[in-house]
Design a protein around this ligand. Structure first.
Ligand code: UDP
Length: 243
């Protein structure tokens, strides 16, 4: 599989089906593999933070989740296969995991959200085993205890929704000591699974306007959304040789 650098962050040239197949395959080994889904904010921040770029370089899969990343790639002439929203990847993966009775541990979001997500996932994918849940508001002093809990549950997949870039740094740091098949950093996915946040309708998604839908519902995200045109401008600057 090919990987390309977009503003210094590595992204895989891969489609959704192939990514899910690779993720399922990776679960058979237990060697600290993880999946990242860098968005526009991450790309901008990673330009000056080496540890963010390192966390992505070490990832087993780096999927182009956001429209900003996708447009940046187009400007830079990088042939991404398709945009892969993290939640689409998660849904497809969990569906396949349900068919073979694999297990998932849900880590992240506010208290009670992961449990609610677990209930809904059990309904949606009857064969799926929920190995455990934990909210994402733990202190660094509680980290050993959380890792022990995850290791005792030994899930095939650990979904990590701690917000970006905390989740990428957390997976990078703990990859060596977690007994899990695979980890995936998936932002606000648990909120959507729990029904606390609703996803944009299909038409908006296909038009690449999921960000606008979320902005209308949560105007407080404006400072984050502004990074989408910013990453596009920086890419144009790179393209015309201004770097
Ligand atoms: N979150 C967390 N711990 C933290 C900070 C954030 O568990 O210390 C959770 C937050 O509750 C939310 C998710 O991380 O569920 C981040 O969601 P957001 O919508 O910001 O992510 P996006 O999908 O936009 O990257």
């Amino acid at each position: 599989m090919k990987r390309a650098g977009i503003l210094g962050t590595e992204i895989d040239l891969i489609g959704l089906d192939a990514a899910v197949d690779l993720a399922l395959e990776a679960m058979n080994g237990r060697n600290g593999r993880y999946v990242v889904t860098p968005n526009s904010e991450f790309l901008l921040e990673a330009r000056t933070r080496r540890e963010l770029r390192a966390a992505v370089s070490r990832a087993y899969l780096s999927l182009p989740d956001s429209i900003g990343v996708f447009v940046a790639a187009m400007i830079l002439g990088i042939p991404l296969v398709e945009r892969i929203p993290g939640i689409d990847f998660a849904e497809r993966l969990l569906e396949k995991m349900g068919e073979t009775g694999k297990s998932v541990f849900l880590l992240g979001a506010k208290q009670g959200v992961a449990e609610k997500a677990a209930d809904r996932l059990c309904e949606e994918y009857p064969g799926l085993v929920i190995a455990g849940t934990n909210d994402g508001y733990f202190t660094s002093g509680e980290e050993d205890m959380i890792c022990d809990r995850i290791n005792a549950a030994s899930p095939d997949l650990l979904i990590v929704c701690l917000g970006s870039p905390r989740q990428e740094l957390w997976m990078h740091k703990n990859a060596g000591r977690l007994n899990v098949g695979l980890m995936a950093g998936l932002g606000g996915t648990l909120d959507v699974f729990a029904g606390a946040v609703s996803r944009a309708p299909e038409k908006w998604r296909r038009a690449g306007l999921e960000w606008l839908y979320r902005l209308i519902r949560e105007p407080g995200r404006i400072l984050r959304v502004i990074r989408i045109p910013l990453v596009i401008l920086v890419s144009l600057w790179y393209r015309i040789g201004g770097r």
